[in-house]
Design a protein around this ligand. Structure first.
Ligand code: NAD
Length: 334
């Protein structure tokens, strides 16, 4: 069977997902949810979504009566994910939710609980967790090819444009660069090191308080400590380009990836040579794999469930606390 997906929020990233899904073998778009009638018309025609499967934000609870929808992919601004995922769960549909899953851990927990109560799956759009070169590095680490892991560096950032976009609006974004792009370094530290951190320290730099208002971080450096003594050093920023790099160092080897989180191709090398899996759009692999998880109960190599998303939000909250207090924060993720 094929996973029948309703796309919610027809913006920039949804466009990329929709295009990439045209090459999926196990997932297809069967419904659309948008507040803009003209987009429903245009996307509906382009992706062959019949009129009765086009919804808006007022009436999308009616998806509960639509047997042609298995899952809803929520691709809206961050602060909307919480209520939207809960409504999807109440409609009895599986939820796929973009990162960050929520703007605080309380909301994230409520989303996890709502999906559990409704008996539906909650998956977070962590596309890198399905990317072949990334998974090759993870395999090598698991097989001991780098020896004991000692250090990880994750650099994630870009120069953000339009000052009026929702990403720079605390209400909609929930924060700044850390919520949007720094989360890749957090999530990446976890799958590259292969453990969850037990403490964080962090320092914030703000050079443009007009563009980056109260509660919207411009640049944060943070460090994650792991129980085995491994340390991660990361940078999240909205004000520097060319920052898309992972470096993992072990006692017997290393991996460096650059780009490491961009839409691809992901490139890099290890002490054994170049990473050379061919590029397939990340969203194509992600949606086919998510179909396997939802329809067949397949266990992915790297999990992408709501709890993984919630743990990232807990780390984000701890980083913000560390910036505010200047003090190391202990993490209790499990
Ligand atoms: P975008 O601004 O391009 O699209 C957002 C869409 O939400 C727009 O179509 C907008 O009309 C709609 N929307 C609905 N209600 C809205 C409201 N109240 N205010 C503003 N817009 C509203 O943003 P995007 O880049 O597509 O990001 C959407 C989500 O996807 C975010 O959570 C983002 O973090 C995530 N994202 C993930 C990746 C990834 O690689 N996994 C990449 C980009 C974005």
């Amino acid at each position: 069977p094929v996973l029948r997906v309703a796309l919610m929020g027809l913006g920039g990233y949804a466009q990329l997902v929709a295009n990439s899904m045209q090459s999926c073998t196990r997932a297809k778009i069967t419904a659309l949810i948008s507040g803009t009638p003209s987009k429903l018309e245009e996307w509906g025609n382009k992706y062959n979504v019949p009129k009765h499967s086009r919804y808006n934000y007022e009436n999308f609870d009616d998806i509960k009566d639509n047997p042609e929808i298995d899952a809803v992919y929520v691709i809206t601004p961050n602060s909307l994910h919480h209520s939207q995922v809960i409504r999807v769960a109440k409609a009895g549909k599986h939820a796929i939710c973009e990162k960050p899953m929520a703007i605080n851990a309380k909301q994230g927990q409520e989303m996890v609980d709502a999906c559990a109560a409704a008996g539906v799956k909650l998956l977070i759009g962590y596309r890198m967790r399905f990317e072949p070169n990334t998974l090759e590095v993870v395999r090598m680490r698991n097989d001991g090819e780098f020896g004991n892991i000692k250090f990880f560096q994750g650099l994630a950032g870009f120069r953000i444009g339009d000052p009026n976009q929702w990403r720079l609006n605390k209400e909609l974004a929930g924060g700044g660069s850390l919520m949007d792009i720094g989360i890749y370094a957090i999530n990446g530290a976890r799958y590259m090191v292969g453990e969850d951190p037990v403490w964080v320290t962090a320092q914030e730099t703000k050079t443009d308080p007009i563009k980056f208002k109260e509660g919207v971080d411009e640049t944060i450096q943070f460090q994650l400590g792991f129980s085995n003594g491994t340390v991660a050093s990361c940078l999240s920023t909205y004000n520097m380009g060319f920052l898309d790099r992972f470096f993992l160092n072990g006692e017997k080897g290393f991996a460096e990836m650059r780009p490491s989180i961009g839409y691809g191709p992901i490139k890099g090398r290890t002490n054994k040579g170049e990473l050379n899996h061919p590029h397939i759009p990340h969203q194509t692999i992600q949606m086919d794999e998510m179909a396997g998880i939802i329809l067949d109960g397949k266990k992915p190599i790297l999990p992408v469930d709501g709890n993984v998303g919630l743990q990232d939000i807990k780390i984000i909250e701890a980083i913000y606390r560390a910036c505010a207090t200047g003090e190391r924060q202990e993490l209790h993720l499990t």
